[in-house]
Design a protein around this ligand. Structure first.
Ligand code: ADP
Ligand code: MG
Length: 312
């Protein structure tokens, strides 16, 4: 095993079997998944609904059994040392399941008890502060907002101070302000040395947060690379020019150029970065004695890569 990896996944498979009257329907939710997560990184696991993200995370968390394959967490084999695996990770689940009649402090104390954290080793107040719930420490959980409940779930995952935190769609249905706060917390944890694995379907969040990203589709890994490299895969660039007069331009006037829109004097085109340099397009415009009054470009987003890799 590579010392730097906190997670080593080899040929992981999960087949769910569902009994439907007389027949058994099986769903191959994870297909020969191979991936590694390095210590200290923020690792994003992306994929459309039903891709297998939660299945993967729940296998790590021990709430679902894998069908086959190898899972090593923090150096421990899930088959041989399930308790050590459990102690090495903190999971923030997709579903919010908080007992409404406990206060955040009580819930954290309870959770610490479940993990066998001794009273004097508990860091309940520090955790409450970290997730900005210190003022709500003694309020009934049912009175907390959606965002606060999410942060309480993060807090619960931290009581045993695991070196790896896994968050499954933690910001689904959380408003922007609280979302930002949650991500600040996550970044802070990461700065303190905690390895972060997260799933989200907000791609710009992944783009912003993650050092590396794995994209899965229908249970198979379709991409695994640094966020930077994934973004480099976007080859099409879109440019909008505001000109002082109308020019003659059509598809392929310049190699790979495509006309998207030409309204008034605003010209929107796309071109392939690896085939054409923007200077060639500017020269073409200048040749017609038109002046460029304004120019704006749109570097593709992770979304473009995602759509291309998961469309089928
Ligand atoms: P994601 O989290 O990426 O949306 P899931 O891991 O929840 O995907 O689901 C992956 C596939 O497995 C889906 O086809 C889903 O319907 C199926 N699945 C998930 N949980 C179960 C289960 N408990 N029993 C049967 N099928 C399941
Ligand atoms: Mg899910």
């Amino acid at each position: 095993m590579n010392e730097e990896n906190v997670l080593n996944i080899k040929n992981l498979n999960k087949i769910y079997s569902k009994k439907r009257s007389s027949t058994v329907e099986s769903i191959h939710a994870l297909k020969d998944l191979n991936l590694e997560v390095k210590q200290g990184e923020i690792f994003g696991l992306l994929g459309p609904n039903g891709a297998g993200k939660s299945t993967f995370i729940n296998i790590l968390g021990g709430s679902i059994f894998k069908t086959s394959g190898n899972v090593i967490v923090w150096g421990f084999d899930l088959d041989k040392n399930p308790r050590q695996v459990k102690a090495s990770i903190g999971i923030v689940p997709q579903e919010v399941n908080i007992d409404p009649f406990f206060t955040p402090r009580q819930l954290l104390e309870l959770q610490a008890g479940l993990y066998g954290v001794k009273k004097k080793e508990r860091i309940t107040d520090t955790i409450l502060k970290l997730v900005s719930l210190e003022t709500q420490a003694k309020s009934y959980s049912r009175s907390l907002s959606g965002g606060m409940k999410r942060r309480l779930l993060v807090a619960k995952a931290l009581v045993h101070q695991p070196p790896i935190i896994i968050l499954d769609e933690p910001t689904a249905g959380v408003d922007i302000e609280l979302r930002n706060k949650l991500w600040q917390n996550v970044k802070l944890l990461n700065k303190q040395g905690v390895t972060i694995i997260l799933t989200t379907h907000y791609l710009y969040e992944a783009e912003e947060m993650c050092d590396r990203i794995a994209i899965i589709n229908k249970g198979s890994l379709v991409a695994l690379d640094s966020t930077e490299n994934l973004l480099k895969r976007i080859k099409t660039k879109i440019v909008k020019f505001t000109l002082n007069k109308k020019i003659e331009i059509k598809n392929e006037s310049v190699v790979s150029l495509k006309l998207i829109k030409y309204d008034d004097n605003i010209l929107t085109i796309s071109y392939e970065k690896n085939k054409t340099n923007i200077n060639e397009i500017i020269s073409f415009i200048n040749m017609q004695k038109a002046a460029i009054l304004d120019i704006s470009t749109d570097d593709g987003k992770l979304e473009d890569v995602f759509i291309r890799l998961t469309n089928s």
